[in-house]
Design a protein around this ligand. Structure first.
Ligand code: BGC
Length: 280
């Protein structure tokens, strides 16, 4: 990232400034070419509906289609550069170890190997979806230039979490599955839970307050960043948080592209935790 120049003042990006990030979601799989200096997409993203059933091979074929399209664009990264792929489950050293809201056949699948095979051997780095979104937000969005512990919580089909301490990600925290008042937290407080249980904003806001209060009690973060579609309407649930949440709370700014940007950043390899893994 360039510290002193604004995005407009930077020279045009070269392929070395760029990386492809792919965000695999329950309904759509999206990819984009990211300028790593700014966290911006250099061209429109490309989306294909996630196949049903979303088996590893079917999803890998869609990812390959997206990468082929992106790579054929005039402004693209080096064709042998690594690709970042995010996925809504535990992803450790490329292996998928959970399947809360995805096809069960993913459990114990080597995501990086499956994707790499579909991409003719191109290097792939896999990362949890919320970790990708959190990294992007901590690097280019709300957490930019902020020290301390940032907890990014994404509210969607599930609840995703990313903890970033002084710029370093602690991966796979899975705080959506905390047990609170005898329930799996995401079954009560995800954006989907609000819809499925037809909760009023007041009722949902109170459930969220309970959730954030609990995470705050466990981790005492310096900043909460709320991501997911719901972060567009903070006025709907924030009034119910009252004074229990002393941690400053802001809405994510990268919106729909956070996963793509974070995955690209992860693949580009400038991150301490990923470098440590590569050297291990
Ligand atoms: C999964 C997480 C994921 C989150 C958001 C949860 O159900 O367990 O891995 O990050 O949903 O997609």
């Amino acid at each position: 990232m360039s510290e002193n120049l604004t995005a407009e003042q930077l020279p045009a990006p070269t392929p070395a400034d760029l990386a492809i990030g792919i965000d695999i979601g329950g309904t759509g799989t999206k990819g984009g070419i990211v300028d790593l200096r700014t966290g911006d997409l250099v061209s429109p993203r490309f989306r294909i509906p996630t196949p049903k059933p979303a088996t590893p091979e079917a999803v890998a074929a869609v990812v390959a289609e997206i990468v082929t399209e992106l790579q054929s664009r005039e402004l693209a990264p080096a064709p042998d550069s690594a690709i970042g792929v995010d996925f809504p489950a535990v992803v450790k050293n490329g292996m998928v170890f959970s399947a809360a809201n995805v096809d069960e056949s993913w459990i114990n699948t080597d995501l990086e190997a499956v994707m790499s095979a579909a991409l003719g051997g191109r290097k792939v780095y896999g990362i949890n979806d919320a970790d990708a979104a959190g990294l992007a937000e901590a690097t280019y969005g709300q957490g930019r230039d902020k020290d301390g512990l940032i907890a990014v919580i994404t509210l969607g089909t599930g609840i995703g979490s990313a903890l970033i301490n002084n710029g370093v990600l602690i991966p796979n925290t899975e705080l959506g599955h905390l047990e609170i008042d005898g329930h799996n937290a995401e079954s009560r407080a995800s954006a989907r839970a609000r819809e499925v249980h037809e909760l009023s904003w007041k009722k949902y806001g109170k459930r969220l307050r309970r959730y954030f209060e609990h995470v705050q009690m466990l981790f005492s973060p310096d900043l909460f960043v709320i991501g997911g579609g719901i972060s567009k309407n903070p006025e709907k649930f924030m009034p119910y948080f009252e004074d229990d949440i002393r941690t400053p709370m802001v809405m994510a700014t990268l919106r729909n592209n956070a996963g793509i940007v974070g995955a690209a950043l992860w693949a580009a390899g400038h991150l301490e935790e990923r470098e440590a893994r590569t050297q291990a």
